[in-house]
Design a protein. Structure first.
Length: 389
């Protein structure tokens, strides 16, 4: 066997191909690292801050003004405008100038002092789910606190001590202890899954493109000849350089998220790197599957893009899998991102031992071994298939 043949020779050939096309450098290094910086800086504060909210205060008393000042003190709410009517506030919300508005009808203070339970209203734009949900929570909290404040003053005027008054106003005290992410940092929740998901899509597409371009350019036979027509050797030599680059990028993700940004990591570095390596290999295996089943570059790229995008919805981090239809629960097991997400939740976030996540490791390993069932067909495609653009 000549020195230029075998896995090493194919790897050298593949490195030359990677360096000769800027597309590879962009998709394998620039794009994933840019996405990492973009999403982490986008959610640098964990949650959106100072979202614009309007107010319609028809009562305009010292009590309602104090309520509004306290509301403006919330970190996620910023009272940016006061409107004369509900109609004008609604138009401002429809135009996107505010995310919500708070309406205090005339006579609210008098009814509060008389104990007649006045009604206030707040309107939120829930087409923006995160902004609408967070603002709704703050406005609702402020309404409850305002009622309790007036009630406390009324009870004090009647001679009731503060401890006795609090038993009437708040008979049950809630002691909240959020686990794993006590800061309620949305960046911790989102970026640990969306960034590996983006990397998976890029791995799908680069794997499909690198093998599909051999077929499209008619160099598949020369590629196989370097491996003495052994498809396993040919695939390993081609994909190992990709594996090394993508694993370095995934490791940089881990270093940045858990080292620089200090995201919670209770598993240690070894399970984290093992999960990242299996994620890269499983994604490459799916890329081989797509180009083998659909040996046309544009169809295979479309299929892997669709599969990668669906991964975000069916992996469980945006909507719980256990609440999905049973058929979708079964289908979720066919997506590598689902098992990477379970490893992250069980080990990295919660610190459970590997025995609680072994099924996810096994599933990722099964995905890695998937191309072994397809090598014969892939070899046939490379030798005999006439490429159709």
């Amino acid at each position: 066997m000549q020195a230029s043949h075998g896995i090493f020779g194919i790897m050298v050939r593949e490195f030359h191909r990677l360096l000769s096309r800027p597309l590879y450098l962009f998709c394998m290094v620039v794009a994933p690292l840019t996405c990492c910086l973009f999403f982490t800086t986008l959610m640098d504060n964990g949650l959106p801050q100072n979202m614009p909210v309007g107010v319609v205060d028809d009562d305009n008393t010292s009590t309602t003004r104090e309520v509004l000042r306290n509301m403006d003190a919330f970190s996620q709410v910023e009272l940016t405008a006061s409107y004369e009517s509900v109609s004008s506030a609604r138009r401002a919300m429809q135009q996107g100038r505010i995310y919500a508005f708070y309406y205090i009808p005339k006579g609210t203070t008098d009814e509060l002092l008389a104990g007649r339970r006045p009604k206030v209203s707040f309107y939120t734009n829930n087409s923006l789910l995160i902004a609408g949900s967070l603002i709704y929570r703050d406005l609702r909290t402020m309404s409850v606190l305002a009622n309790a404040s007036v009630g406390l003053e009324t009870l004090r005027a009647k001679g009731v001590t503060d401890p006795m008054a609090m038993t009437f106003l708040q008979p049950i005290v809630i002691d909240t202890h959020p686990l794993s992410n006590p800061w309620l940092n949305y960046s911790v929740y989102l970026n640990n899954t969306i960034l590996p998901g983006i990397l998976m899509i890029l791995i799908f597409m680069i794997t499909v493109y690198s093998i599909g371009s051999e077929l499209k350019e008619g160099t598949g036979r020369a590629w196989l000849a370097m491996a003495d027509n052994d498809m396993l050797v040919a695939a390993a030599g081609k994909l190992l350089p990709h594996t090394a680059i993508f694993f370095v990028v995934a490791s940089l993700y881990d270093l940045y998220l858990y080292g620089v940004l200090s995201f919670p990591c209770h598993s240690g570095i070894l399970p984290l790197l093992l999960a990242s390596l299996l994620m890269v290999l499983a994604s490459q295996a799916f890329g081989v599957l797509f180009i083998t089943v659909l040996p046309t570059l544009r169809l295979a790229l479309s299929a892997c893009s669709l599969w990668g995008v669906v991964s975000f919805s069916i992996s469980g981090f945006s909507f719980p899998v256990m609440a999905m239809h049973p058929s979708l629960q079964l289908l979720s097991n066919l997506f590598p991102l689902r098992h990477y997400f379970l490893i992250y939740i069980n080990q990295t976030l919660n610190g459970y031992p590997m025995v609680y996540a072994w099924k996810s490791y096994v599933m990722l390993l099964c995905f890695v071994l998937l191309p072994l069932l397809l090598l014969k067909r892939l070899r046939t495609v490379m030798l005999n298939y006439d490429y159709i653009p």
